[in-house]
Design a binder for this molecule. Sequence first.
Ligand code: HEC
Ligand code: HEC
Ligand code: HEC
Ligand code: HEC
Length: 316
Amino acid sequence: MRDASAPASREDCQRCHTPLWSAPGAPNDEGVNCDGCHTITEVALDERAAIVERDLGSQTKYASLCDPQKVYFHRAACASLYEQSLLCAGCHRWYAEAADGAGEPLPVFTTYDEWRESAYPERGISCQTCHMSSWSGEAARGWARRDGLSSHEFIGDRVAMLAEAIMLDAVVAPAEDPDAQVIEVKLTNVGAGHALPAGLPGRRLRLRVSTLDGEGRVLARRELQYGRALVDEQGAPAAFIRARAVADDQRLYPESPRLERLEFTGDERGARARVELEFLELDPAIEAALELAPVAPQLIARSELALDGRRRGRAR
Ligand code: HEC
Ligand code: HEC
Ligand code: HEC
Ligand code: HEC
């Protein structure tokens, strides 16, 4: 049913989350299971998403392996689509329609488009290169070992991946005001083929810069958030299903360094500065709006700087 206040119908959700919900003969309500991907024969981009064609009748599993061993329980066919980012666009590209049918489509998942606009396609680096790394082993239990299989652990270790993908460089910079301490932080997305944080629009990265006294007590703290902020009709932060517009996009795009300058004056001045980068599953403003219990942030990187007098220092 289409609720006038919701930008998407349930059907809109199912085509990516339970892609086989309407499979003729064998509908199923599972999430993205093997057949959710391995029945795809074609993906074509349209204006707001992608049209995914599936072969649901012939019991054929498609993948990039062109010499699969024959088995009696399913057929196998190879399709170069499985080596291409386009396959992922099937579900990782979505601009939701505005509820009233008017207005700009709302960007929800733009991972594929960001990848396409980055330098990664030219370098021959696809989603699979980073998210389905190559390994050697059995493609199915009891089968002969072979090389060039692809990891299916899509989630991976998020914290470790983010720590490697974002370069954090903090220095004590000269201040015009002799009574101020200035910390300069440079953040660069060097390892992801799309903006970070990726995926759900509610995800955030948070930079925290604190000054500490000689005993390690926090004197002052500045916080900056990186994410794509969606807002509802009233302009309040909203989850994507209630959102109407993009208010701001502060995500870290591939290889475009972000320079932040944080100034501490008077009593805020300390003996040391601590610089931390955290990952948040959901923007605290949206958590509050939805009355959800806050999820603890995950630490991605931390560095400390000495703020001895007014001299310059560098992160170690
Ligand atoms: C999100 C999509 C997706 C899902 C879900 C998925 N696969 Fe795959 N699978 C792929 C892609 C893409 C490749 C080819 C990767 C490449 O060539 O870089 C692949 C390759 C394979 C291959 C060929 C050997 C190899 O490793 O390259 C087998 C076998 C396979 N998948 C089995 C499975 C099984 C079994 C499941 C369920 C447990 C599953 N897949 C779930 C996307 C998926
Ligand atoms: C049939 C739809 C579909 C296709 C095709 C697909 N995905 Fe996904 N993917 C999803 C959904 C839905 C989720 C969210 C996980 C969940 O909660 O079920 C997801 C989650 C992910 C995640 C983890 C995100 C998280 O929140 O933990 C990664 C990484 C990912 N996909 C990468 C890929 C890559 C790479 C490809 C192409 C090889 C691909 N996906 C193809 C539907 C798809
Ligand atoms: C150059 C390597 C690289 C390429 C290319 C790349 N990614 Fe990523 N991706 C990353 C890294 C690193 C992260 C951060 C780790 C994380 O958030 O889990 C990430 C995060 C993600 C996430 C969020 C996972 C989460 O934890 O919520 C999704 C979804 C995703 N990528 C999908 C894709 C898709 C789809 C493509 C292709 C259009 C792609 N990626 C291309 C490296 C890459
Ligand atoms: C175009 C495909 C697509 C459509 C349509 C879609 N989603 Fe998703 N959804 C995804 C992908 C891909 C992810 C994982 C992205 C990530 O976490 O980085 C996801 C993640 C989610 C998550 C977080 C799951 C988790 O494990 O953290 C929720 C909740 C969600 N979607 C709800 C919905 C709802 C509700 C709708 C319908 C209004 C919807 N989605 C429509 C592709 C889609």
